[in-house]
Design a protein around this ligand. Structure first.
Ligand code: ATP
Ligand code: MG
Length: 678
């Protein structure tokens, strides 16, 4: 393994393979590169088997890129058994093997946001005196927060005088019992239950300690208490734990990430070797000057300054636009111009924003100008209603005890089991403490169900039984398609959607699920329905489905994403938009918990994604809930030194009429075609 492409400190970190290592360094200084080089070094120079290697990071995208980088440095075969994954995927892997020891079954369902909320709402109704309505989102947030701190339902202490924490104390144990009865876990459980498993079952812990001899964690600054505990458990014994991070990029405080984990590391792991990196290999001098100047205003940080051996590069542009439409137009036109001027690809451009709603204007404009783009995040494919309906069938086929999903599909598409009948079934199941699925199998014992309803229930049960068998033997995507055909989703969609256009879109989405299945099937050596659902559950909350592996990855498209999702990535040209008070820094942070420092870190993350060219944009007016509001420039702009910032006003010609817009689009399209030479 040739380490000559690394600097001295990086090399030291790669070579220090035994014992705890803390690599604390600024953006773009090569932290992730150290991790991938270190894995390759362990495999090639230290003769470590790939099964002994575990690397953890925060998004699937980051995990995938890491794996690809390692594979490019070593023999593919040599890298085969290593585990490079997100925390959640790692925990699913462990739970799949050993969750039975906690009294769950192996075919457990994973509940995401909407399923969780539905359950919480039901439970709130149960305890509600009818006098007050509690906000389910808030209750869920507080439960999630407790889980991230490893506070179990029975040890949760309501805070005196805090109404919501009283509600949580009542709901949390019920919620957890319901999940278990449904043989389901939520996202936070994935980590909390794994920790419990490793803590309570020494044999299980030992198995993983024996297996994973070398642990590496990227983006360590964003780990929460539960994740930290997990790492400590796994590393105890050999202590071969290498963590890399940057306190200036800690942006998940709101999800319980704890900077203390960095500060405590040396205490918890005596003899830790600490390495710092300050040379930045990513960005130009001007971009770094801006980044350094902004982050310097934070008080809670370890002082460090990035430098580069490269030149200052272009000035940073600040463009003040009229309104959000003007902002979007300006960005897209600059992208088109810059692409041809500097002969770049579309994928070299990223548009970064603070909140997902900001993406709409950009999407519209990009579509309009025929510029290909990918939106990372937003309403995800697998979160759409009709897609969730289809997935609910698969989930219940695997895990009949999954009642949230069972109730979801009981009458979707409509088959004549109305709300009243459903209520009767639910009540019967609760009174007799029988799982719903069992009640359905013998529905005649439930009072008050009409003959037609009973028939419909009978057909439903039969259908499910038959497909449970067929999925075991048949080809996955084929069986999936047959099921959907038999269900006749189209009829229902056509009947219920407000307009045919929407119905058509929804039908396409339903069909797309089968496509997703087919491409999963192609990728996997042993495709199973279970495996497919697992992949779907673990998609990054900020990632679109991968319909086709290569096409998606190779696709040349402008990237749109939130600042949170951009962590760890880099792009030649970055447009950081919405540089306004109340957006960046975000209003919530200003009013509520007021963590202006976390907002500044987000801004720092955005600035440091840029390699060559950074443009900042803001508007003087913006529509909110349909009303125009005057906007003030972000305070972070003032923190950027004048020598590196070039201020101007948005330069997009404003087009008013539809004809003019069409004309502009046609010209743009013609331009592209002629330049592509076809
Ligand atoms: P972030 O904090 O944003 O995650 P990072 O510290 O993980 O950044 P990397 O992504 O590993 O930084 O590296 C940034 C860029 O610098 C990459 O393009 C990487 O290939 C390059 N790089 C890192 N180290 C070196 C080096 N020694 N020589 C040349 N290029 C390097
Ligand atoms: Mg990195």
């Amino acid at each position: 393994m040739n380490l000559s492409s690394l600097n001295d400190q990086q090399r030291a970190a790669v070579r220090h393979t035994e014992g705890p290592l803390l690599l604390l360094a600024g953006a773009g200084s090569g932290k992730t590169r150290v991790i991938t080089s270190r894995i390759a070094y362990l495999l090639k120079n230290r003769g470590v088997t790939s099964e002994a290697i575990l690397a953890v990071t925060f998004t699937n995208k980051a995990a995938r890129e890491m794996r690809e980088r390692v594979e490019s440095m070593v023999d593919r075969r040599q890298a085969k058994g290593m585990v490079i994954s997100t925390f959640h995927a790692l925990c699913v892997r462990i739970l799949k093997e050993d969750i039975e020891q906690l009294g769950y079954k192996k075919n457990f369902s994973i509940y995401g946001g909407a399923d969780q909320l539905r359950l919480i709402r039901d439970l709130l109704q149960e305890i509600n005196t009818g006098l007050r309505k509690y906000d389910a989102d808030r209750v869920l947030y507080l439960i999630s927060d407790a889980k991230n701190r490893l506070i179990a339902p029975d040890t949760f202490q309501p805070r005196h005088g805090d109404e919501y924490s009283g509600v949580v104390a009542a709901i949390y144990p019920r919620y957890q019992r319901a999940l278990k009865a449904f043989n389901a876990v939520d996202f936070d459980d994935l980590i909390m239950l794994t920790v419990r498993l490793l803590q309570d079952k020494p044999a299980v812990l030992e198995k993983y300690q024996q297996r994973f001899r070398y642990l590496m964690v990227d983006e360590y600054q964003d780990t929460n208490a539960a994740q930290y505990r997990l790492l400590r458990l796994l590393a105890r014994g050999h202590n071969n734990l290498c963590v890399v991070g940057d306190d200036d990029q800690s942006i998940y405080g709101w999800r319980g990430a704890d900077l203390g984990n960095i500060l405590d590391f040396e205490k918890d792991f005596p003899g830790t070797m600490v390495i710092r990196l300050e040379q930045n290999y990513r960005s130009t001098g001007n971009i770094l000057a801006a980044a350094n100047a902004v982050i310097r205003n934070n008080r809670k940080r370890k002082a460090k300054a990035l430098w580069t051996a490269g030149g200052p590069g272009d000035m940073i542009d600040y463009l003040l636009c009229d309104d959000d439409e003007d902002e979007a137009r300006t960005v897209v036109e600059r992208i088109m111009a810059e692409k041809f001027r500097a002969s770049l690809n579309y994928r070299d451009f990223a548009i970064l924003f603070r909140t997902n709603v900001q993406s709409r204007a950009f999407e519209e404009q990009l579509r309009y100008q025929n510029v290909p783009y990918v939106l990372i995040g937003g309403q995800q494919f697998f979160d759409r209603k009709e897609v969730k309906d289809v997935l609910a069938y698969f989930r219940v086929l695997l895990n009949p005890r999954d009642e949230v999903n069972l109730l979801r599909i009981l009458n979707t598409p409509r088959r004549g089991i109305g709300d009243t009948s459903a209520d009767r079934l639910i009540r019967f199941s609760a009174e007799h403490e029988l799982p719903m699925w069992q009640v359905l199998q013998d529905a005649a014992q439930v009072d008050g169900l009409g003959e037609k309803t009973l028939e419909a229930i009978g057909r439903f049960v039969q259908l499910m039984d038959s497909y449970r068998r067929r999925f075991r033997v048949g080809r996955l995507s084929e069986t999936g398609r047959e099921l959907l055909e038999e269900l006749r989703f189209e009829d229902d969609l056509l009947r219920t959607a407000q307009d045919p256009e929407r119905a058509r879109r929804r039908m396409a989405n339903v069909a797309e699920v089968v496509n997703a299945m087919a491409s999963y099937e192609q990728r996997e050596a042993q495709p199973t329905l279970e495996g497919f659902l697992e992949k779907v559950s673990l998609l990054d909350r900020d990632e679109p489905p991968r319909q086709d592996k290569d096409a998606k990855l190779q696709r040349d498209a402008v990237v749109l994403m939130s600042l949170h999702a951009s962590k760890g990535l880099e792009f030649p040209c970055v447009f950081l938009v919405g540089m306004e008070e109340d957006l960046l820094p975000h209003k919530k942070s200003v009013e509520e918990s007021f963590d202006i420092e976390e907002e500044r870190r987000l801004c720092y993350v955005g600035i440091t994604r840029a390699q060559q060219k950074l443009s900042l944009l803001g508007t003087s007016r913006r529509k909110k809930y349909g009303v125009m509001q005057t906007r003030a420039a972000s305070r972070f702009l003032e923190e950027i030194p004048g020598e590196v910032l070039r201020r101007s006003i948005g330069d997009a010609p404003s087009t008013s009429t539809e004809e003019e817009k069409d004309q502009l689009a046609r010209t743009a399209f013609a331009n592209i075609k002629s330049m592509l030479g076809d």
